[in-house]
Design a binder for this molecule. Structure first.
Ligand code: DAT
Ligand code: MG
Length: 224
């Protein structure tokens, strides 16, 4: 279809530049010349106008700077979510990001990092006395993870709900763990469980900060 349109267009140009021109009366040629001149100046005018617009009024999404953890309890609340090494290997990064995007949450930080054992141990420091801790640290540092900072109303609690329960058996279908995992030690994703842990984990995984930006469709996601 696309190819035949190109062929048709090429034929039309060939026709216009051969037989058509010889048969065209002088008055028509003058009209075509005048029309071309008008078109060229209109195009020039439009491009200059848009250039001026760009110079003077560039579309921007600037907002005031927030702390990395945002403002808990508001639509600027933030959490740290991660796709663990098993989620990266199983190629479901896009699906996980998509679920949060479709829900209306805003991605403000995104980075892939292969955690060292030390960083994995620091991340799970609260579980350091558990018997499964060494295995957990080995697993979490076994490949790259995708670090994300998501922003939005109730994102800390809602993020945990969308992840599902720690134990895949208890995770409802429709949640990430309920859709993609079977085994506790391969449960795909991580999410901060409180405003305090969100702040701690965001400071740890995003020392360079995240992106504070306004979003045009906020009024279609939030009533206020
Ligand atoms: P969550 O990841 O839901 O916040 P958690 O912080 O209690 O759960 O534990 C961190 C991870 O450690 C969890 O996602 C999987 C693993 N884990 C938890 N309990 C475990 C257990 N009893 N045996 C093996 N691994 C466990
Ligand atoms: Mg936890």
């Amino acid at each position: 279809m696309f190819r035949s349109t190109i062929i048709r267009s090429a034929r039309t140009v060939a026709f216009a530049s051969s037989g058509a021109r010889t048969r065209m009366p002088r008055s028509s040629l003058a009209a075509v010349a005048a029309f071309s001149a008008v078109t060229v100046s209109a195009v020039t005018y439009i491009s200059e106008t848009s250039q001026e617009r760009q110079n003077h009024k560039i579309a921007m999404c600037d907002v005031p700077k927030l702390p990395v953890e945002g403002v808990p309890g508001t639509k600027y609340e933030r959490t740290f979510l991660a796709v663990k090494p098993d989620g990266v290997q199983r190629q479901i990064i896009g699906d996980i990001i998509s679920r949060f995007e479709k829900r209306g949450y805003k991605l403000v930080g995104l980075r892939m990092e292969w955690p060292t054992k030390e960083k994995a141990a620091e991340h799970y420091a609260d579980l350091s006395k558990k018997p499964f801790f060494p295995g957990l640290v080995n697993f979490f540092s076994s490949g790259p993870i995708v670090c994300m900072c998501w922003e939005g109303l109730d994102i800390i609690k809602q993020g945990r709900q969308m992840l599902g329960e720690t134990q895949p058996l208890a995770s409802k279908p429709g949640s990430i763990r309920g859709d993609y995992s079977i085994d506790l030690g391969r449960n795909i994703c991580h999410g901060s469980d409180s405003p305090e842990s969100a702040k701690h984990e965001l400071e740890m995984w995003f020392p360079e900060g995240v992106n504070d930006y306004g979003r045009v469709n906020d009024k279609w996601v939030y009533e206020k």
